[in-house]
Design a protein around this ligand. Structure first.
Ligand code: HEC
Length: 223
């Protein structure tokens, strides 16, 4: 035992357990002097990891489109021409559907119809002339003899008006017919068809060819 130890024993020998515990806890309160440079290391790490997390968060935000699970579709800025092109494409696609349901059985997918029975729609003046002609044929039907591209039709069976077609469907199908198979007549709008429908609302009979030729003489002038 060293002298120092002997001193400690001398001091503490008369103490109770409580007093000893009290002294120890007092001694424990004395802080260890800070080790040189000890605090700097964790600070550097805190800064490093902080910067790393920050950089990663920015990167994540960029690559995940601001953390959205379902990022909105990028807004496409269509030019007015593209919007118009898109609208026309849809109209023609819808017109084709109506054609397939209501016209194709007689006039065929080629628009050439059938010799002696069903007149062709390709290149026909009845189709390419005033929009009122084809629209009114679809609205009210057509009977009796007509000439289409120098050939006679309508002697065998008439064309009944296809049922259940609203203004929009008629506008779509006649526009389709006027622009299919190299036909290049103007678009027919729903509003135009509404006017045509109004014009013929009192009519119960099918049209005859001569009646329509009289209504739209300009369309048949160079016959
Ligand atoms: C049941 C058969 C049949 C169906 C279906 C039919 N047509 Fe016709 N279509 C005819 C016949 C037959 C004629 C000639 C009628 C006549 O002159 O008496 C005709 C004539 C026409 C004409 C005038 C002549 C020409 O060839 O240019 C047009 C335009 C026309 N149809 C368009 C249509 C359109 C559009 C549809 C569908 C919405 C349609 N047709 C559905 C039988 C049909």
């Amino acid at each position: 035992m060293s002298e120092e130890e002997k001193d400690i024993v001398a001091i503490t020998s008369g103490m109770s357990d409580e007093e000893l515990a009290e002294i120890h806890s007092e001694l424990n309160k004395d802080k260890h002097p800070p080790t040189l440079g000890f605090l700097k290391a964790p600070l550097v790490f805190v800064f490093l990891f902080g910067s790393l997390i920050f950089a990663c968060a920015i990167q994540l935000a960029h690559t995940t489109n601001e953390f959205r699970v379902h990022p909105p579709k990028p807004a496409v800025n269509l030019t007015p021409e593209q919007v118009e092109e898109e609208r026309m494409k849809r109209k023609l696609a819808s017109g084709l559907k109506v054609y397939e349901a209501k016209c194709i059985a007689c006039h065929q997918s080629t628009g050439l119809g059938q010799e002696g029975q069903y007149p062709p729609l390709k290149n026909s003046k009845w189709v390419l002339g005033d929009a009122g002609i084809i629209s009114k044929i679809v609205l009210k039907g057509l009977k009796g003899e007509i000439q289409v591209l120098g050939k006679t039709y309508g002697t065998a069976i008439p064309m009944p008006p296809p049922p259940d077609l609203n203004d929009r469907a008629i506008a779509d199908v006649v526009t389709y017919v006027r622009q299919a198979w190299e036909n290049n007549a103007s678009e027919v709008t729903e509003e135009q068809v509404a006017v045509f429908r109004e014009e013929v609302s009192g009519r119960t009979d099918l049209w005859s060819g001569p009646e329509l030729m009289e209504l739209y003489p300009d369309s048949f002038s160079e016959n």
